[in-house]
Write a protein that binds this ligand. Structure first.
Ligand code: 3PY
Length: 329
């Protein structure tokens, strides 16, 4: 406050976000918002300009928040609120050094993301995109006993890499399909895994025994490139690989080799490196690879609630109060 008057704080938002979030910020009357008013990513130079002197930054997972951005913002910066549960796009140690608080959006997107994961798993294993194409191009000649066969969940072993909020929600949804064994791996065993009769196993065991391998872990230095040549070589030839976490957990060259050589049966990816995946990428030439454009949390309702939560996180950060979802790091 200057001379008894409360100073209006400055906020930069890196993209158009659902109106639910904008409304909360405008009604709060504590900040002056400047918005990159587009559905496309803010160019780097505009980001660096936009954050200048900002007290708050509301960003997306496609914005790289590094030293350069933090320096451009300067000492006013109190809070970064990301419209995502993932935070691998932010230089956390630099943020911590500067004493900046971080808000994120866990929980509110768990159900939507788990649903999408199940949809992608079934679409991939049962070859839905291939079937849709054949209907349209006349490839459907008659009912054929051996045509477009795939793999079912009934009696299968499912392996979830990273049984966190989303991994657990995926396991809960897959179990009723008649899954026989639910394996999971990660840093620690989870007591809540009992609800899905999850067996905590070493990664190697999960990879070699699973019919479906589902990646649902955070991208960290430990998980970057985790799914590589060695990993795929341990999988069954009939196994289905699904990733809805972050593209960089997978070595895509190694995945391409595994899919084209028949080392594994098929893969479904909602996330890639880079995003968007170039349209001439080798993975897109494969019938047994289903690639979606990072839509795990994309329901109208979920995106609206994510915007609300990120706005409320931002306001709390500006005002120095408790955040609904503060990232503790
Ligand atoms: O929230 C995230 O981290 C996503 O990837 C999209 O919701």
């Amino acid at each position: 406050s200057i001379g008894g008057r409360t100073e209006i704080m400055k906020v930069f938002i890196t993209r158009r976000i659902p109106q639910e979030g904008m409304k909360i910020l405008s009604q709060a009357g504590v900040c002056k918002v400047s918005l990159w008013d587009s559905d496309e990513p803010v160019p780097r130079v505009e980001l660096l300009k936009g954050v200048e002197g900002a007290h708050g930054l509301l960003c997306l997972l496609s914005d790289k928040i590094d030293t350069e951005v933090l320096d451009a913002a300067g000492p006013n910066l109190k809070v970064i609120s990301t419209l995502s549960v993932g935070f691998d796009h932010m230089a956390m140690d630099e943020i911590k050094k500067r004493g900046v608080r971080v808000g994120y959006t866990p929980d509110v997107l768990t159900d939507a993301t788990a649903e999408l994961t199940v949809a992608l798993l079934l679409a991939t294993a049962r070859r839905l995109p291939e079937g849709v194409v054949e209907v349209k191009n006349g490839g459907w000649s008659t009912w054929k006993p051996l045509w477009l066969c795939g793999y079912g969940l009934s009696g299968s072993t499912v392996g979830v890499i990273g049984l966190g909020r989303i991994g657990m929600a995926i396991a809960r949804r897959l179990n009723p399909f008649g899954v026989k064994r639910l394996l999971y791996s990660g840093r620690t065993a989870k007591s809540y895994a009992a609800e899905v009769e999850g067996e905590y196993v070493p990664l190697d065991t999960l990879v070699s025994e699973s019919d479906f391998v589902v990646v649902s872990c955070a991208l960290t230095p430990e998980t970057q490139g985790l799914c590589n040549k060695d990993f795929f070589s341990k999988m069954k030839n009939t196994a289905v690989f699904i990733n809805t976490s972050r593209g960089a957990v997978v070595n895509q060259e190694d995945l391409y080799q595994a899919l084209s050589s028949g080392q594994i049966a098929c893969a479904g990816l909602d996330v890639t490196t880079p995003e968007p995946l170039p349209t001439d990428h080798p993975l897109l030439t494969l019938k047994n690879c289903v690639v979606l454009p990072h839509i795990g949390s994309a329901t109208y309702s979920t995106r609206g609630i994510m915007a609300e939560l990120s706005a409320n996180n931002l306001l709390a950060g500006l005002q120095g109060t408790d955040m609904p979802s503060e990232l503790k790091f």
